[in-house]
Design a binder for this molecule. Structure first.
Ligand code: AVJ
Length: 322
């Protein structure tokens, strides 16, 4: 086994600066917003792992089912020498791909990229142990801001799983697809997981589960601001709201102040007022249809070659070529 490498392009200081900028921009805007990327401290990551096991949250299981069935076909079609995984999160799905690519015997390198250095370090160590024939090069970076880490290597397959693409606004999404395409050469591949438009009742329940895990996950972002910015949010005074936006075809998560409040963020020299019922938008999670995925990829210069669904047709895995 060769020692796994870890390249830090996004440091703790970068993260701290980005959080301060986001919190200042979002909490002084009208309506107020916060970026979903700040959900994922250790507690938030644990809460998300719990979400993926909830009966209402079908996405993770659906994507897993598709990957289980299609991983070998993906390996055969792409013949990838390098697997790049963006926002690498749960390594279980990654292992399905790695196992398949091991069978076809083309893979040389695995490049997981994630903003969380601690999560990535652990993932890189365990993958390197289990796949000793691979070179493992972890990259700590924010995939929304830089993709030049993709530069090295040939025969690349870029995987962006879990439906995380849905967290980007349409303009950000277009920028992201274009940046991935610009980093690739013709004939290289993108594997993309997208949640699909479906009955709004089911969608809302997936983001407002009976056990209240998603509500805690949502409120956790306020705890992150309290800890990192010395803010004095009272998270329990904010109600979790999940709403289907039919026009935009996305789920919105919000936090609604249950009374007028003044919140101090001393590290920003900022005080923020909330009216009773005022909301902070904390996440959008866009839901897709085949034609939108195909068209948005085409605009960026990708051709959609495969579109695979789970049995319930809840989730899609797309394989596109540059
Ligand atoms: C990890 C971004 C795919 O949007 O469904 C889960 C995050 N938010 N429950 C999603 C999330 C609320 C999740 N992604």
């Amino acid at each position: 086994m060769s020692e796994p490498e870890l390249l830090v392009r996004f440091t703790e200081e970068d993260a701290a600066r980005a959080l301060r900028n986001d919190a200042r921009d979002g909490l002084t805007d009208s309506p107020k917003w916060l970026s979903p990327k700040w959900f994922y401290d250790a507690t938030g990551s644990d809460l998300f792992e719990r979400i993926t096991t909830l009966p209402e949250y079908y996405q993770t299981r659906a994507e897993q089912q598709i990957l289980q069935r299609r991983a070998l076909e993906i390996a055969e079609v792409t013949g990838a020498a390098t697997l790049v995984e963006l926002g690498s999160g749960s390594s279980e799905k990654t292992r399905l791909l790695l196992d398949a690519l091991r069978k076809t015997d083309t893979l040389e390198r695995f490049v997981p990229l994630d903003v969380s250095g601690s999560a990535l370090r652990a993932a890189v160590e365990s993958i390197a142990l289990d796949y000793p024939e691979l070179r493992v090069h972890g990259v700590v970076d924010d995939f929304t801001s830089g993709l030049s880490a993709l530069d090295a290597g040939a025969g690349r397959l870029v995987a962006f799983l879990g439906g995380t693409i849905g967290n980007l606004l349409p303009a950000e999404r277009a920028g992201f697809f274009a940046a991935v395409r610009a980093a690739l050469r013709p004939g290289e591949w993108l594997l993309l997981g997208t949640d699909l438009v479906k009955d709004p009742g089911r969608l809302v329940r997936a983001y407002d589960d009976a056990r209240g895990v998603t509500a805690e996950f949502n409120r956790n972002v306020l705890r992150v601001l309290n800890r990192e910015l010395g803010a004095d949010f009272a998270p329990e005074r904010f109600r979790h709201v999940a709403r289907w936006n039919a026009e935009q075809e996305w789920i919105e998560m919000r936090l609604r102040a249950d009374r007028p409040m003044h919140v101090r963020l001393p590290e920003l020299g900022l005080g923020v007022d909330f009216a009773e019922g005022e909301e902070i938008r904390t996440e959008i999670s866009a839901k897709f249809r085949h034609d939108r995925v195909r068209d948005e990829l085409a605009v960026a210069g990708f051709e959609l070659r495969h579109w695979w669904l789970d049995d319930a047709e809840d989730f899609a895995l797309s394989l596109a070529v540059a």
